[in-house]
Design a protein around this ligand. Structure first.
Ligand SMILES: Nc1ncnc2c1ncn2[C@@H]1O[C@H](COP(=O)(O)OP(=O)(O)OP(=O)(O)O)[C@@H](O)[C@H]1O
Ligand SMILES: [Mg+2]
Length: 289
């Protein structure tokens, strides 16, 4: 059967936490519809409490819709029969690496996911080695996770997800607790996996990270308030400010440069793009002299 081109599809998905026996907790996700294209790199951004983690947990069948529908790889997540198909397809990486490393030795930790999937020990060995090499942590395989830096631990968590051979990795603010070096290592790994064909869903507070995605979804108060390419979304800087979101540095700088009368394309959203544009312009200018 051919795979659907949308690996994740939500149709008026709603999720409400029930906080005690009688009172409903309000809708953490309120009737959202969207798709994630197979093989894409999708960033989800939104301020605290906007529903991003709730959405991620629904995509991994850790929570089940209380309204609407969500499909992962064509599997309806509200049908518990598909739980393991969904978790095999979409692996999760969480914000706090300490909460997701369960073993005292790195390689045992990475083996944990495939063990749960019932993979044979010989195959697990291969998968663990391969995943650790992918995240550049193979030489740390015999070490104790608690001796590693936050960024290294998060790379182990990603290796654990990779070892399940998922089609998609959902990362819920994987860089939030990391220093700049750890952050860029994790973002680079996400992009490396994406180049290899893996679907990446990256939830992040860092606009610079979102600017490197193919598609961006912006949440506010349980709703999707914007979606599109980084160019489409970040060129609407005033609307982003209105919902208290940051603007990528490159977009802010471009606004300043434009205000000074220099014509800059609206498509510039990353620092690399801005630097390229300025360099090309300088070269043309120099040649003209
Ligand atoms: N276990 C829970 N029980 C009750 N309400 C919850 C629970 N978890 C989250 N909520 C509420 O659901 C809403 C969405 O929370 P969620 O954690 O999904 O937001 P978020 O966008 O991930 O926020 P953050 O950026 O802080 O991680 C918030 O109003 C939050 O208070
Ligand atoms: Mg969250």
């Amino acid at each position: 059967m051919p795979k659907e081109s949308d690996i994740i599809r939500a149709d008026e998905l709603t999720f409400e936490y029930i906080t005690d026996e009688s009172a409903a907790g309000g809708k953490a996700i309120d009737s959202v519809s969207f798709t994630v294209k197979r093989g894409s790199f999708t960033a989800i951004i939104g301020r605290n409490g906007s529903g991003k983690s709730t959405l991620a947990k629904n995509m991994n069948a850790l929570l089940f819709p209380t309204g609407g529908k969500l499909w992962v790889d064509g599997y309806d997540t509200s049908n518990e029969e598909y739980l393991w198909d969904i978790r095999r397809c979409a692996a999760m990486v969480f914000q706090n690496p300490d909460n997701q490393l369960v073993s005292t030795i790195v390689e045992d930790d990475v083996a944990f996911g495939p063990e749960n999937l019932g993979i044979t020990p010989g195959k697990i060995r291969d998968r663990v080695d391969e995943a650790l090499k992918d995240v550049g942590m193979y030489e740390f395989r015999k070490k104790a996770p608690h001796l590693l830096s936050g960024g290294q631990k998060q790379r182990i968590a990603i290796a654990g997800a990779m070892a399940m051979h998922p089609d998609c990795i959902i990362m819920d603010e994987p860089t939030a607790m990391l220093d700049p070096k750890g952050r860029s290592a994790v973002l680079n790994i996400a992009h490396k996996l994406h180049r290899r064909g893996m679907t990446i869903v990256l939830i992040t507070h860092f606009m610079e990270e979102a600017a490197t995605a193919d598609d961006v979804i912006i949440m506010d108060g349980g709703h999707i308030v914007m979606k599109g390419t980084p160019e489409e979304v970040f060129s609407r800087a005033d609307e982003l400010r209105a919902i208290n979101l940051d603007i990528p540095i490159a977009v802010r700088l471009a606004e300043h440069i434009r205000a000074a009368g220099i014509d800059l394309p609206k498509s510039i959203v990353t620092e690399d793009e801005l630097a390229d544009f300025i360099l090309k312009r300088t070269e043309t200018h120099d040649k003209g002299q």
